[in-house]
Design a protein around this ligand. Sequence first.
Ligand code: BV8
Ligand code: ZN
Length: 259
Amino acid sequence: MRASRNGGDNPAMLEDSIKAAARALSGAGQVMAFTGAGVSAESGVATFRGAGGLWEGQPVEQVATPEAFRRDPLRVWRFYEARRVQASTVRPNPAHETLARWQRRFPAFCLATQNVDGLHQAAGSREVLELHGGLWRVRCTACDRQREDRTVPLPELPPRCSACGAIERPDIVWFGEVLPTDILSAAAQAAAKAEVFVVVGTSAVVYPAAGLVEIAASAGATIIEVNPAASALAHLADIVLRGPAGELLPRIDATLEVS
Ligand code: BV8
Ligand code: ZN
C-alpha cells in the first residue's frame, strides 16, 4: 500500500496535493499521462460508466463487440455514428490543453489514451497512443484497408470499402479484441520508464490498458491520480487529486510554473 496524499474534498488538502504533484513533476525527465473518458467529460462527452454505460438500454460492453457487429452491423454503426456526431460538436477542454502543453514542457512525455474521440489531438497533442482506436478512422472488414473519414453524418451506413466493396467497421478495439500490439508495447515501455505517471479520468477497470498503471507503479514511478472518484487502482496512487481534470490539471500546471 503506497502512502497516498489524498487531496480529498478538503480545499486545504487539495491545495497541498496540487503542490505535491507539481513538486513531483517539476524535476521529472520522463512523464507519462494515461487518460480515460473522464478527461473528455468537461467537453460534454458522456463517460462510459457514468452515463449508466447504456446504449438503447444495453450495456456498452454488449454493443462494442465483434459479435454484436457480426450480428447487426447497422445497429453497431448507429452507436458509433451517434458518438461521431456528438464528438464533432465538442471541443477540447483545459485538461486536454494542459496535457498538450506538457508534451512541449517535459524532456520526454508520453500520452496514452483509452479515448477514441480525438480531443487530445485536437488540443495539439502529438503521437497520441490511441490504445482503443479512433472514431475518425474506418477499416475494411475484408481487405483491412484503413482510412480516415470525418464526414458527419456518414452518407451510407454501414460504409463500404471503395477498393473491394465489403462493409467497413469503425477502427475501434472492441471488447474481446486485442489492442494494436505496436501501440500497447510503446505504452508499456513508456510506463516502465516513467518517473511520474499521471492517471486522468479513468475508472481503470478495462485491461490490458489499466495494466499500464501497474507497470509504472512496480517500476517505481510516482503515481498521480486526477479523478473526482477513486479509480480501481487508486490504492497505487502516491498523490490523489479528487476533482475534475479540467480544473485540476491547469492548477498543477500553474503551480509548476512558479515552482
Ligand atoms: C482484450 C472502445 C482479450 C469501445 C473500449 C484481463 C486482461 C485482458 C482482458 C481482460 C482482462 N479482464 C477482462 C478482460 C476483458 C476486457 C475488460 O477489460 N473488461 C472489463 C470491462 C472488465 N478487455 C478486453 O476485452 C480488451 N481486449 O484484452 O482481449 C484477448 C486477448 C488475447 C486474444 C484475444 C483477445 C479490449 C478492451 C477495449 C474495449 N474497448 N473502448 C468504444 O470506445 O466504443 S473500452 C472502453 O472503456 C473505452 O475505451 C473507455 O475509455 C474504457 C475505459 O473506461 P474509462 O475511460 O475509464 O471510462 P469510465 O466511464 O469507465 O470512467 C470514467 C472515469 O472518469 C470515472 O472514474 C469518473 O470518476 C471519471 N471522471 C468523470 N468526470 C471526470 C472524471 N475524471 C476527471 N475529470 C472529470 N471531469
Ligand atoms: Zn476492402
